[in-house]
Structures are given as structure tokens and as C-alpha cells.
Design a binder for this molecule. Sequence first.
Ligand code: ADP
Ligand code: MG
Length: 696
Amino acid sequence: MKNVPNLFGSKVFNDTVMREKLPRDVYKALKKTMSHGAHLELDIANVVASAMKDWAVEQGATHFTHWFHPMTGFTAEKHESFIEPDGNGGAIMAFSGKALVRGEPDASSFPSGGLRATFEARGYTVWDVTSYAFIKDDTLCIPTAFCSYSGEALDKKTPLLRSMEALDKQALRVLRLFGNTTATRVMSKVGAEQEYFLIDKEAFLKRPDLVFTGRTLFGARPPKSQELDDHYYGCIKPKVSAFMKELDEELWKLGVFAKTKHNEVSPAQHEFAPIYATAHVATDQNQLTMEMMKFVADRHGLACLLHEKPFAGVNGSGKHNNWSLSTDTDVNLLEPGRTPHENAQFLLFLVAVIKAVDDYQELLRASAASAGNDHRLGANEAPPAIVSMFLGDELTEILESLEKGVDYHGKEKQAMEIGVTVLPHFPRDTTDRNRTSPFAFTGNKFEFRMPGSTFSIAGPNTVLNTIIADVLEKFADTLEASSNFTSGLASLIKDTFKAHKRIVFNGNNYSDEWVVEAQKRGLSNLKTTVDALPESVSEKNLNLFTRHNVFTESEILSRYEIYLEAYCKTVHIEALTMVDMVKGEIIPACVGYQNDLAQLLKCKKECGGYSTALEDQLLLKASDLSSRLFEKLTALEGSIIEHKGDGDFLSHAAFFRDKTLSAMNELRLIVDELEALVAKKHWRLPKYADMLYSVI
Ligand code: ADP
Ligand code: MG
């Protein structure tokens, strides 16, 4: 058996290594920068760089890279070797503080939404001291933020760090009002559950749609899919288990607390979850996890699919973003407390989240918007596109009693006096789950279930942190101005719940009645990415982000453009892939099949005396479907050509959604019908059953 504690973090330049490898004063200076953002002098950086390099070389590393999160949603790295001439024709391994702290990748091909064109072509990477460096593939990876010459963020990390600062500032103000003098920081903690599919690599490589777009653009329903619910939490197949074991080990080495693994609802679908970490570290680690999943799968002859909807008709994959707020003294502010005082504080943070989710529901929805996730949200397996919150019956009753000013009767029906000073102790209730809710309170954290499985969690957490910082700021203003803290607090909790309780919904989010009810409550229902994204640049939201210094206006506008463009490009690539596959695979299959039938028909007719009913009917059906196929193919091709317009990305995106995607859907219906008809020997593409049950 592996010695897991020894393995854990063995590829990370973590606190233990730093303590061991750095001189005491350097270690202290670095820690100060890590915890309080103090400026790091170059001479200190030089010592750290040298120690990092020695440690990395000992581990077999030859290169280093500034590892960053460009707007593609993936991570980027440009490797440089430690090698330098020694002056005598030989080589030494060197790494300077300057190279550690700052890099200048020629990164002009990353999406910048016009930011770099306006300012400078150059982009800079700056060391994120608060996230540990690690070794991957013999390369020392230094987590960095990526920005333009003039300091505009070009990545997903920078705004996340800024949002964490905004949240820290406002949450501390509130804590001080409660008399807390010991906490010096408040951080958001995140645990991202990751869903994914594993299929056989050979089958994967035979499907150009999976290779190019990550999802199957065709595929008839297999005789069996997820209707028996026999895959969920089912026994893990040896091949999958071997993959999961290796993934755990790789991630442990990288300091990721890989914790749970199980089979999901769909055949071939699985889930992974780590132990939660501070939001930006969790973000780095989730990116690493996704990357490792792909690598490790490949080594096992498997392909890992991270797309939100790789297969129609079975569940898609999401990323459940578990979020809480915690002090540096390790107090979870979303944990119901034991004393009335703690409970009052908990209720205040709770109503802050309720208000934030209600006030900024459109922004939260937009943070989970992508072409891939549009196939998932609202598809009766994932949360709907309507944002609401699940609190559970008990918590809802407590807040309702508070609102009405009546006593809360707990489960034992004992009268409990409600008032902020004498709130009852209420037990944490984790049994009460609602899997259909997009935003569920699960005992001591919120689970935001809308983000898609391919997402970087940086975006959703930047939004969460900022909207909650915004509400806490208002709360702190109100309470600071209140002459009586206790009564001010009581009415703040009560009034906030009253004003925002429309967002609380404990029922079935998949039901049609909820859609009607939500509309009555005035909640937004932004069905697609094209509906949701414009919300991110509304006056209100521009204001929010700039006020908290999370984004400048041009940063938000550029991101809006990048996301719309990504949407257009995604659909465009899908449409082109579909056309290619129909021409290269589907039409030849139809022709071959009809040819077989025609030949047989001809022979039978020539010989005479045989019944030709079967061939007649099949040929009729196949030829009819083939001509409809051609018609729909021509329509799709037309919709691709038509879109070439000006630079208005929103109207492009709307075109792709309304015209291209619907042309694709119509074409798919015909192909799927053909797949069910055409003999397997002509249909060379692996079918759903061949992929979903490819791992044995
Ligand atoms: P589930 O039943 O939803 O799978 P788990 O307890 O397994 O719930 O937690 C799922 C994820 O939530 C894990 O990544 C876990 O580390 C994370 N998590 C647990 N507590 C917190 C917390 N206080 N803040 C943020 N994430 C948390
Ligand atoms: Mg969960």
C-alpha cells in the first residue's frame, strides 16, 4: 500500500518545504507576503527562486513555467528551461527572483476582447504568492495572474483575487460589529464536485464530433440508458477504478485533497470531489484536476469527457460549487452556532446570501452561461435556468417566524423565543436535501449547482464573492449607523428576509408549476446564454463590479465580448463538424445501405417469384430519409454562410442560437432515424451503446 501522507504534496513547494529550504528571515518575509500581501523585495525573491529551483531540480525538473488562467477557461504554460551558460561552454541550472516574480509570455493569441489591441500587445504574468508552486511533467509551475501592460486583467484569476479582497473587507466590518477582534481575514472556501464521463479511447477517436466539439452531435437512443438507475453509486468497474486510483495519487502528489469518487446517474458517468480549499486555491486545483483527468484517462486507454452534455438523452455533467465563508481563525460563518449570539451572526450572513442571490440572480445565471451548459440547464436533470434558493424547511420556518414576529416552534413543538438576543440553538440539518435546486443550503455551505463541468470555477466564485461583499457592505453601513445594535440587527434580518424571500423555493425545481410560480414571483428565467450574458453588462452590474474594484468597465465589456464570441465559435465549429460528418460518414453509409438493398431487389426481380416487400419498404424509407437528410444538410450549410455579418457579437450569437442550432437539431433528428435503420456494417461511427458501454 502507498504511504499517502508521504505522497501527499510531494510535488508541491508547500509550507513544509519552504520552512525546510528557506532561511528563517526569508521564510518569514514570504509568509508575510502570503498572508497580508506585503511587498516582496527582489533580494528575498532571489533567495526563494534559487531554493525553488534546487528543490525542483532534485525532483527531476528541468523547466519552469508561469502557469496562468487565460480567458479560454483552460490553463496556459510556456516552458523555459533552467539552463544557462556557465561561461566555459557548459551549462548551469539557474532561476532568478525576477523570472519567478514576473514573466512576459508572448501571449497575443489569447482572447483579450480588444483589451490588448487598445493598450499594448504585451501581456505579463505575475506570481500569485498565495498559491503554491508545483511540479508537473518535470516542470516547475508557478501560479500567476495574467494582465496587460496597463494592468488590465486578461485572466480569470485576477478578478477572483480582487473579489476575495472585496469580500474580506466587508465581512470583517460586519464581524467587528459583532465584537470579533481576533479574525484578521475572511475568505471564501470552495469545494468543487466534478462530474465527467469515461469512455473507451478507440471509440472516442472514431467520433469526430467528440474529438472536435466534446459532444456527440448525432446518436440514436440505445436500448438501455439510465432508466434503471443502476449506475448511480454502483460498483466501480476495475478499469474505472484503476483510473480513479491513479488520479487520486497524481492529485495527492500535487497537494489536492482528492476525497470522494463514485459512479453518477448516466452510464459511463462519474464524479470526483476534493476537500474544500480557499477559493483561488480551489480554482487552481480544479483546473489541475480536469487536466489530470484527461492525462490519466489517456494512460488507461480511456477518454475523459468534460463537456456538459456529451450524450443527448442521458444526464449531463455539472460542477457543484460548494461555497462558504470562513475566518482565518477557522470559523465557518455559515455554520449555525451554538449560542444565541452566534446564531444571530449566522442568520445575518444567511440573509446576506439570500439578498445577494435575489438582487443579482441574473448575474449568477450569467456566470453559468455557455454554449455547452445551455444543453444542460433546464433539461430536467440539472437545475433550471431560473435561479432560486433552497433553505430547507427548518431554516425557512425560523426565518418566517422571525419575519412575522412569532415564536418558532421547533420539531419537538417546544415554544422557542425568537429575538436576536435569544435565538434558539438549532441543529445543523444536512439530511434535508434538494437535488433540484440551483442554489442549496446544505448545512454549513451553499451549493451552487449551475456551473457546467468544463467551467473554470473562477467566474462563478468571482460573482458570488462580489455580490455577497456588496450586501455585506450595505449591512455594515446600516448597522454602523444604528443606535442600538441588537434591535438594528433584528430588524435588518427580518426586513431582508421579507424583501427577498421570493428567491427561496424548497420544492421541485424541475416541475412545470415552478416555472409558472417563478414568473409570478418576478424571478428571471434566462433560458440561454444569449439571454443571460447581456445581464453581465447591465448598468447595475457594471456598477457593482467597478464599485468593489473587481473589474474595470473595460474589463467587463471585453469579457462580455469574449464569452459571446466563444459561444459563436463553439456553435460554428459544431455546425462545421456536423456538415463534415454527414458528408464523410452519414451519406456514404446511406448510399452503401441503399445500394445493398437495390442490388438485392434487382436480383430478386430478375430471378422472379420472391417477395420484395421488405427491401421495397426499407429502400423507400431509406431513400426518403436520405433526401430529407440532404435538404436539412443544405439548410444547415446555408445557415453557416448566412451569419457572416459585422462585429455585433450579440446578434451573431442570437443568429447561431435561432438559426444554426435549430438547423443542427433538425438535421440530427434525421440522422438518428437513419442510424436506427441503416445496417451496422455501413454505419461506421460508434453508436451510443458502443460508447456508453465501452468500458467493461
Ligand atoms: P455532497 O453530499 O453534496 O456530495 P459533501 O459533504 O461530500 O456533500 O461535500 C461536497 C463538497 O463540498 C466537497 O468538495 C467538500 O469538501 C465541500 N465542502 C464541505 N464543507 C464545505 C465548506 N464549509 N465550504 C465549502 N465547501 C465545503
Ligand atoms: Mg454535493
